[in-house]
Design a protein around this ligand. Structure first.
Ligand SMILES: Cc1cc2nc3c(=O)[nH]c(=O)nc-3n(C[C@H](O)[C@H](O)[C@H](O)COP(=O)(O)OP(=O)(O)OC[C@H]3O[C@@H](n4cnc5c(N)ncnc54)[C@H](O)[C@@H]3O)c2cc1C
Length: 312
């Protein structure tokens, strides 16, 4: 059990956390990053990234490793640990970890991201990054003129289906109920789009694929009304059953919105607790992109630097 003391503690090692660290450490701030259980964040779950400026094509793991090395080289301390409890009511702030360590800090940037919800099928894990995705904006480009499946029936699923229909030849929306939960206007657009068909009352039982090259070849669905099982050919499967911000430990410590995202002041990363800032997907229910999280991390670092100047 160790006690670490730092000026700025950054929770999370995704694009937001690393960018915040790079900015703060370059301003002369003493920075400690606590990685969390998913070092490198969500991008490490995807094979190829083509929309992070400066890299025509790079694997998620490599991009995040580069960010980590940049932050460390500039002087940020990096600790592989996961925070399980925070005390933002007293100063300095104290965060306690699952390894029994305590982190004392004058300021904290929360960059704990969000987690896509999955169907929890073994085949989904197997083909993640090889045809299975949770982000149409990120991976839709790889399915131009191909057939893709979108799983879900809410606003995000419908928005993903509409977006994919601008690229793919055919989009099959699989929904377990007999009507969509999405806004009426979005539903109308789906029904008017000749590229989109809906498989009603259906659940995906398995994602089908091939080895060498590893790729998705289709899905097996079951109709929950009739129990009929059917296989459908497809090149990609987009799971759009929602996201969960990683904010359980902040409940009661920070103001969260109805979906659990951290609420920050307008045009700022400041939370309702002075000295605690939020960056990236953990405060962003809408855009959820690496470059936006990185930008958000830079904003949080600049806000934290200003704050630390006032309490130094
Ligand atoms: C499959 C997939 C593919 C994607 N592809 C792209 C793409 O091609 N282009 C793109 O721009 N975006 C893509 N995205 C979205 C992108 O990954 C996210 O928008 C981005 O990673 C968010 O960055 P972040 O730093 O806010 O959070 P995250 O990347 O979610 O990182 C959160 C970090 O917080 C840590 N953490 C969580 N809880 C704790 C805790 N209690 N204590 C300490 N640390 C904690 C985690 O370990 C993790 O390191 C993709 C997402 C997915 C799921």
């Amino acid at each position: 059990m160790a006690l670490y003391t730092t000026d700025l503690l950054i929770l999370g090692s995704g694009p937001a956390g690393y960018t915040a660290a790079i900015y703060a450490v370059r301003a002369g701030v003493d920075v400690t990053i606590v990685s969390g259980n998913q070092e490198g964040g969500q991008l490490t779950m995807t094979s190829t990234i083509e929309n992070f400026p400066g890299f025509e094509e790079i694997s998620g793991f490599e991009l995040m490793e580069k960010m980590k090395q940049q932050a460390i080289k500039l002087g940020a301390k990096f600790i592989n640990d996961h925070i399980v409890e925070v005390d933002f009511a007293h100063r300095p702030f104290i965060c306690s970890s699952e390894n029994g360590h305590s982190y004392k800090a004058k300021a904290v940037i929360v960059a704990t991201g969000s987690s896509a919800k999955w169907l929890n099928l073994p085949s989904e894990k197997k083909y993640l990054g090889y045809g299975v995705s949770a982000c149409a904006t990120c991976d839709g480009f790889f399915y131009r003129n191909r057939t893709v499946v979108v799983v879900g029936g809410g606003n995000s699923a419908v928005a993903e289906a509409l977006y994919l229909a601008t690229l793919a030849e055919k989009v099959i929306l699989v929904h377990r109920r007999h009507k969509l939960r999405a806004d009426k206007i979005l539903q109308d657009r789906v029904f008017e789009n000749r590229k989109i068909t809906v498989e009603w009352d259906s659940v995906v039982e398995e994602i089908l694929g091939a080895e060498e090259p590893k790729k998705v070849t289709g899905i097996r669905i079951r109709n929950v009304e009739t129990d009929a099982v059917r296989e459908i050919s497809a090149d990609g499967v987009f799971v759009a059953v929602g996201h969960q911000p990683n904010t359980d430990i902040f409940r009661g410590n920070l103001v969260l919105d109805s979906k659990g995202y951290i609420v920050t002041h307008e045009n700022s990363s400041a939370t309702d607790v002075e000295g605690v800032f939020a960056a990236g997907d953990v405060k962003d229910p809408k855009y959820k992109q690496a470059v936006i999280s990185a930008g958000s991390g830079a904003i949080a670092a600049m806000d934290a630097i200003n704050y630390l100047d006032t309490v130094a």
